[in-house]
Design a protein around this ligand. Structure first.
Ligand code: 0RA
Length: 681
C-alpha cells in the first residue's frame, strides 16, 4: 500500500507521456456495456444538456459552495476528498493523499475501486463523465446507500469541475488507466486509456478558476490540514496525507510541509487531542458505540478540571456546530445516568439532583453519527434534525454508561463529585450575582468611579477604551472626544478567569467595573441588547504587561461575553511604534516598513539629512494630543478587529496560555515567535 501513491504520481509525471498515449477510445470489452454507434451519435445532444447543467453552477456559484471567497475555494477540496471518504466508508479505500501543487493546483488520490467507467444506460455516457458533468450525480452509483459523507453542501465532483479552470481525472481500474479532462466543466478530452496499472484508485487534479474565485486562489495549508485531521479522527484507521509542494511565497510559510494523519483510536484520540493542554479528571477516555436502525453512533468523552463544556458533534462526518438530535440524546442520557448513579452510591441524598449543566462542566466530548438521509436544519444547516436519532443515542449512552460506572466506580465517583461541585458553585454564583446587583447597582445604572463616560446614549455610536496604566488613561481622558468616547482605566494583574468561577468574576474588583460599565451582564445572563458601547477597544502597550492584559481581557470576553466577539464589537487599538523627527517635522510609523519608507521620504535627495528615529516605549509616553492624533481619532486611527474564527481553536490557545501546564505554553510562544518579538520590545 505504501508505494501506491508514488505509482499514481509517477504516471502523472510522465511514465505515460502524452506522445505515447494511445489515442483510442475506451476498450469497453472489459465492461458489460457494449458500445454502439447509436450511443456515440447521441453523445452530442446529451452533452449539451449536461453542459447547461453546469452553467448554472458558474452563474450562481454561491448556491452550490456557499461563497466564492477563500472558504468556497477550500470547499472544492472537501468535495473531492469526501468522495474518496465515501469509498473508505464503503470499505474499499484505506489511503487518501492530498497535495497542494505549485500554482495552487489540488491533487487528490485514493486507493479505492476507482470511479466506474462503464457506459451509463440512461445517458449513453461513461459513468466517469456523468459524475463530473451532471449535478448531484455523485451519489447515484454504488447503490448500497453507503454515501454518508459529504461537505456542508454535498454537491459533488461536478460542481468542482464547473468551477475549475481545468480538471483531470485518472482512474486505475481493470488493469488500465483511464483519463478524462475538462475545462470549466466542458469535456476537452473524452475518456480514453492512457496506460496500464496493477492497482486501483482515483486521482483527481484541478485548478480552481480565477474567474470564479476573484478574492483568492491561494490555498491555506493550515485550513486544509485542520479539516483533514478532523476527517482522519472521524474515520479511524484511514490514512490521510497532506503535502505542500508549492514554490515558496505562493501561500505557504514553510518549505515542503507534509503531514500524515492516521488515528487508529478514531474519536477517542480526538478527545485526547482536544484535552491535550488540560488536566484530566480521570485517565480513561470513555467510549461507547452502537448501531440501530440504519444508524451508527459513536461517542467518546473525558472530563478535565476546567469549567467549560466542549461538545464537538458530527453527522455523516459533517460538523454540526449547533448540535441537534444526536447531542440532545447524549445530554439527556448523561444527566440521567449521573443522577441514577449518584443515588446508587449514595452521593446524592434524598431528592438531591444535579442538573444537565452541572453534569457537563469540564466535559470534552466528540459525538459522531452516521445515518442515511441526514436532515440538516437551521439557517446554516448546522444542526441535525433527524428525530429518531435522539432516542437511539439516548439508549446507547444510558445502557453503556451504567455498565461503565459499575465497572469503573472511581471514575464514576470523580465525575459525580465534579458535577456536585458545579452545582454548589452555581448556587454560590446566584447569591453573588444578587449581592453584587445590590451593592454595585448592576441594575441601578450607577456607573463605576473608574469610568469616564461619554455623553452619547446611542450604543451604536459609543466607544469604550479600556486603557492600561495611569498615565495612558490620563492622556486618553484629556485627548478623547467625550461626545462618544468613554475611558475605563485598568491596571495591575487581572483575575485569570480560566481558573475562576462566575461568583469570583462578579466580585472581582478589576472586572466588576468593566461588567457594570458595559451594562450587559455576563455568562448565561449576557444580553447584547443592553450593551452600552458597540466598540470595545483594548488599548495596551506593546510589551509583556500589555500583552498580558490583552490576553486576560480576551479570555474574559471569550468565556463570559462571547457574543461580543462574535458580533465583531471587540477591537485592539493600534498605537504607533516609531517617532521620526527631522528638524521641526515629526511623523509616526506603525510598522518597520512604514518607518523605513517615511525616513527615506524625509531624507529625499539629501543622504546626510539628520533624522532621528525613536521607538515609543509605551502609550504613557504620548501626550493627550499625540494619543488622539495617532490612536484615537476615528479619521486617522486604525483598529484591529478581534474575530473568533474558530471557537475551539481559540479555546485551545486561551487554555494553553492561561492553564497550569507550563511546557505547552512555552512551546506555543516559541512557535509564535513574531508575537514574542512584540512582547519583548
Ligand atoms: C461507486 C461505485 C464504485 C466506486 C465508486 C463509486 C468510487 C467513487 C469515487 C470518487 C472518488 N473516489 C472514488 N472511488 C470509487 C465501484 C464500482 C465498481 O465496483 O466497479
Amino acid at each position: 500500500m505504501d508505494n501506491y501513491s508514488e505509482e499514481i504520481i509517477d504516471t502523472e509525471n510522465g511514465i505515460y507521456p502524452v506522445e505515447e498515449v494511445k489515442d483510442e477510445y475506451v476498450d469497453f470489452e472489459s465492461t458489460d456495456s457494449p458500445v454502439s454507434t447509436a450511443v456515440t451519435q447521441e453523445y452530442g445532444a446529451e452533452q449539451i444538456q449536461v453542459l447547461e447543467g453546469l452553467e448554472a453552477v458558474r452563474k450562481r456559484p454561491g448556491m452550490y459552495i456557499g461563497t466564492t471567497s477563500s472558504s468556497g475555494l477550500h470547499h472544492l477540496v472537501y468535495e473531492i476528498v469526501d468522495n474518496a471518504i465515501d469509498e473508505a466508508l464503503a470499505g474499499y479505500c484505506t489511503r487518501i493523499n492530498l497535495v497542494i501543487e505549485p500554482g495552487n493546483i489540488i491533487s487528490v488520490t485514493d486507493n479505492g475501486r476507482g470511479i466506474p467507467i462503464d457506459i451509463q444506460e440512461q445517458v449513453g455516457l461513461p459513468a466517469l463523465e456523468v459524475v463530473f458533468t451532471v449535478l448531484h450525480a455523485g451519489g447515484k452509483f454504488g447503490g448500497g446507500g453507503y454515501k454518508v459523507a459529504g461537505g456542508l453542501h454535498g454537491v459533488g465532483a461536478s460542481v468542482v469541475n464547473a468551477l475549475s479552470e481545468w480538471l483531470e481525472v485518472f482512474v486505475h481500474k481493470n488493469g488500465k488507466i483511464y483519463k478524462m479532462r475538462f475545462e470549466r466543466g466542458n469535456v476537452t478530452e473524452k475518456m480514453r486509456i492512457v496506460g496500464e496499472t496493477d492497482i486501483t484508485g482515483t486521482h483527481v487534479r484541478f485548478k480552481p478558476d480565477p474567474v470564479m474565485f476573484t478574492d483568492t486562489t491561494v490555498y491555506d495549508y493550515e485550513v486544509l490540514h485542520k479539516r483533514m485531521r478532523e476527517e482522519a479522527f472521524l474515520n479511524a484507521g484511514l490514512t490521510i496525507s497532506i503535502e505542500d509542494t508549492r514554490e515558496e511565497s505562493a501561500g505557504k510559510s514553510e518549505k515542503d510541509r507534509k503531514d500524515v494523519l492516521c488515528y487508529e483510536g478514531g474519536i477517542r484520540e480526538y478527545v485526547k487531542y482536544l484535552n491535550k493542554y488540560k488536566t484530566p479528571v480521570h485517565e480513561d477516555i470513555i467510549y461507547m458505540s452502537g448501531k440501530k436502525q440504519n444508524a451508527d453512533c459513536e461517542i467518546a468523552f473525558q472530563y478535565n478540571d476546567s469549567y467549560n463544556e466542549t461538545i464537538v458533534s458530527f453527522a455523516n462526518n459533517v460538523h454540526t456546530p449547533e448540535g441537534g438530535m444526536h447531542v440532545d440524546g447524549f445530554k439527556r442520557a448523561l444527566t440521567g445516568a449521573l443522577n441514577k448513579y449518584g443515588k446508587k452510591i449514595n452521593l446524592l441524598k434524598g431528592d438531591e439532583k444535579v442538573t444537565g449543566e452541572d453534569c457537563r462542566e469540564g466535559i470534552t466530548c466528540v459525538i459522531s453519527v452516521k445515518l442515511t438521509d441526514a436532515q440538516f436544519e437551521g439557517q446554516t444547516k448546522a444542526k441535525l434534525g433527524n428525530i429518531e436519532i435522539r432516542p437511539l443515542v439516548n439508549s446507547i449512552v444510558t445502557e453503556e454508561l451504567e455498565e461503565y460506572f459499575d465497572q469503573n466506580p472511581a471514575v464514576g465517583k470523580a465525575i459525580l463529585e465534579k458535577a456536585l461541585m458545579a452545582n454548589r458553585a452555581r448556587e454560590a454564583a446566584r447569591k453573588a450575582r444578587e449581592s453584587v446587583r445590590r451593592k454595585t447597582g448592576l441594575e441601578s445604572g450607577q456607573m463605576p468611579d473608574k469610568l469616564q463616560d461619554c455623553n452619547e446614549r446611542d450604543a451604536s455610536l459609543c466607544e469604550l477604551y479600556i486603557v492600561e496604566g495611569d498615565s495612558a488613561a490620563g492622556s486618553a481622558i484629556q485627548g478623547r472626544d467625550s461626545r462618544f468616547q468613554a475611558i475605563l482605566a485598568m491596571w495591575g494583574k487581572m483575575l485569570n478567569v480560566e481558573k475562576a468561577r462566575i461568583d469570583k468574576v462578579y466580585n472581582n474588583e478589576k472586572l466588576n467595573p468593566l461588567i457594570v460599565a458595559m451594562g450587559a451582564g455576563i455568562g448565561d445572563e449576557f444580553n447584547i441588547e443592553k450593551l452600552r458601547y458597540h466598540k470595545i477597544i483594548i488599548m495596551s502597550d506593546a510589551d509583556v504587561d500589555g500583552a498580558h492584559i490583552r490576553i486576560l481581557l480576551l479570555t474574559f470576553f471569550f468565556r463570559y461575553m462571547r457574543p461580543l466577539i462574535e458580533n465583531g464589537y471587540v477591537y485592539s487599538a493600534v498605537p504607533p511604534l516609531y517617532k521620526i523627527t527631522k528638524g521641526k517635522t515629526q511623523r509616526v510609523a506603525y510598522s518597520d516598513a512604514e518607518r523605513d519608507a517615511i525616513s527615506s521620504q524625509m531624507r529625499g535627495d539629501n543622504e546626510n539629512a539628520k533624522i532621528d528615529i525613536s521607538r515609543f516605549k509605551g502609550l504613557g509616553e504620548m501626550d493627550a494630543h499625540e494619543l488622539w492624533d495617532t490612536t484615537m481619532d476615528p479619521e486617522k486611527r486604525s483598529l484591529r478587529r478581534i474575530t473568533l474564527e474558530d471557537a475551539v481553536a481559540a479555546d485551545e490557545v486561551f487554555s494553553l496560555l492561561m492553564g497550569e501546564e507550563v511546557d505547552p505554553r512555552r512551546e506555543w510562544i516559541e512557535e509564535n515567535a513574531i508575537y514574542v518579538e512584540n512582547l519583548d520590545v
